[in-house]
Design a protein around this ligand. Structure first.
Ligand code: 3PG
Ligand code: CO
Length: 540
């Protein structure tokens, strides 16, 4: 049932189809706040004039998020690109499970409550913001309220500070109300507190094995109670701001809340731990640290015997974690599965920070190969720095390898992710964002030349915006904007095959989920019927 039918009237061409995902490069207004606009981008400028240039929706309902106020992100973006249709995503599924109450009737929640009833502490680890990319603080509130309603005596929150999907110094907007909420619950005789925390980029939320030190920092703070001590999380944030005016939330060192030198909430045998983030990439490593019997990524010192559960299952291949509160989106029949069934060879590459985006997210949150004989996944190791310091990142290295893969002729389908627009966009450092975008443009030019030489077809797109808004202005005062945007993204098809076979299909209101069908067509196959329609059709 995974068969692809040939596209009749379409003749084979020599080169590969190459999908370039320019992470975080959206289409914003033509003004100075737009890093894509202000950068020198001769290649993109030329592409934006192309007759097969589409503007794709990359946020909100078009990618399975709860509302059209939700910015896009790499997970939902790459899921949509790779699965050819829209699935209700974690943010939405968790909301529904809470609203319908099903989250509290499942086996996992009941076991967590049992731990609480037997004198164990119930711990919630996760990011406290309303970014809705990895988590939502309202969902945490719902879980806390339910614990209180079920009379769980002792609850501890390990609060990861965002400043990346929300304002870069917005921590207190979330920490203060959270502290108030916990205090209010505690007023009725229960004992609910924040126990530890830290900025998300240095505490717990590493991804793709980029830097396990980050997870170790979190383990020490959350589990062992080791780290700089404060009497309250709001005090920690205020102290960090006061000590370094340049400090922003995502980079705040981990902290431990203590009473008279004693941490108030280490994680111990008999406790329950819920990681309340729904998105997987930055949730897998800490989950492994709790779950794996044999573990060599760092010295855990002590591994408490806890009931560990995720908000969702984060990896559907490796089954991480074993227990979870909400079923993840059942993403099936991905483009990768169809192409493998059709015997199409493929090559996927990015640098570490986005490696899983073109493999794991692309394949519907499954980390393994679909068919190792047909697929090659390639990773260029990322630097372990904040990327404003080297905004070119590993784009040139990725490009070198792509050119080799194109010229080698061994792959029919090549996909790559250039991380710069997004990773540098998240730093909010303007000159660095410009260089990031210019790097992408330069590399894109090289890739297109290679595709041209091979007689292939390029599809150039992005997963969501970011660099396209570097700051916002209120009353003449500029604030750096580090998060993603709501802007559409480009999708340009550049045909060097000589056939010039395709014209725009005229499909209405296209989004990222229309790309997979398009790739099928470019490769000479009819798109599966279940897929959202292709952006192109054969010239009549
Ligand atoms: C991150 O995890 O870095 C941000 O929250 C989202 O960025 P991404 O969706 O581009 O990975
Ligand atoms: Co991003």
């Amino acid at each position: 049932e995974l068969t692809l039918q040939p596209l009749s009237g379409y003749s084979a061409f020599p080169g590969p189809v190459v999908a370039v995902i320019m992470d975080g490069i959206g289409l914003g207004p033509a003004d100075d706040s737009n890093g894509v606009h202000v950068a020198y981008t001769p290649t993109l400028d030329r592409l934006f004039q192309d007759k097969l240039m589409f503007r794709l929706k990359a946020h909100g309902k078009a990618v399975g998020l709860p509302g059209d106020g939700d910015m896009g992100n790499s997970e939902v973006g790459h899921n949509s690109l790779g699965a050819g249709r829209v699935f209700a995503q974690g943010a939405k599924l968790v909301n529904e499970a809470i609203a319908g109450g099903t989250i509290f009737t499942g086996r996992t929640w009941k076991e967590v409550m049992a731990r609480g009833g037997q004198g164990g502490t119930v711990h919630f680890i996760g990011m406290v913001s309303d970014g809705n990319v990895h988590s939502h603080i309202e969902q945490l509130y719902a879980l806390l309220d339910r614990c209180a309603a079920e009379k769980v005596k002792r609850v501890r929150v390990h609060a990861l500070i965002d400043g990346r999907d929300v304002g870069e110094k917005s921590a207190l907007d979330y920490i203060v109300p959270l502290e108030q909420r916990l205090a209010a619950i505690s007023g009725s005789g229960l004992d609910y507190r924040i126990a530890s925390g830290g900025g998300r980029m240095v505490t717990t939320m590493d991804r793709y094995n980029a830097n396990w030190q980050v997870v170790e920092n979190g383990w020490k703070a959350h589990v062992l109670g080791e780290g700089r001590q404060f009497t309250a999380a709001s005090e920690a944030v205020a102290a960090y701001y006061a000590e370094d005016p340049a400090m922003t939330d995502q980079y705040m060192a981990s902290f431990v809340i203590a009473d008279g030198g004693t941490p108030v909430g280490t994680i111990n045998d008999g406790d329950a731990v819920i990681l309340f983030n729904f998105r997987g990439d930055r949730a897998i490593e800490i989950s492994r640290a709790f779950e794996e019997d044999v573990f060599t990524e760092f010295e855990r010192v002590r591994r408490p015997d806890v009931l560990y559960a995720g908000m969702m299952q984060y990896d559907g291949d490796a089954l991480i974690p074993k227990q979870y509160l909400v079923e993840p989106p059942a993403i099936d029949r991905t483009l990768g599965e169809y192409l493998c069934a059709a015997g199409v060879t493929s090559y996927a590459i990015s640098e570490t920070q986005k490696f899983g985006h073109v493999t794991y997210f692309w394949n519907g949150n499954k980390s393994g190969y679909i068919d190792k004989k047909l697929e090659t996944y390639d990773e260029v190791p990322s630097d372990r720095i904040t990327f404003d310091l080297r905004p070119w990142m590993k784009a040139a290295e990725i490009t070198d390898r792509v050119i080799e893969a194109v010229a080698g002729g061994g792959y029919k389908f090549i996909r790559l992710n250039l991380a710069n627009g997004d990773m540098v966009g998240h730093t909010g450092i303007e000159p660095a964002v410009r260089i990031a975008v210019e790097t992408v443009d330069l590399c894109l030019g090289r890739i297109l030349a290679a595709v041209g030489k091979a007689g292939g077809i390029a599809l150039v797109t992005a997963d969501h915006g970011n660099a396209d808004c570097m700051w916002t202005e209120k009353k003449g005062k500029r604030t750096p904007m580090v998060a993603h945007t709501l802007n559409p993204v480009p999708c340009i098809i550049v045909d060097y095959s000589g056939s010039n076979a395709f014209v725009a299909s005229g499909c209405a209101d296209p989004g990222l989920s229309n790309v997979a069908a398009t790739v099928c067509n470019l490769l000479g196959y009819q798109a599966p019927e279940i897929y959202d329609p292709s952006l192109v059709r054969l010239q009549p």
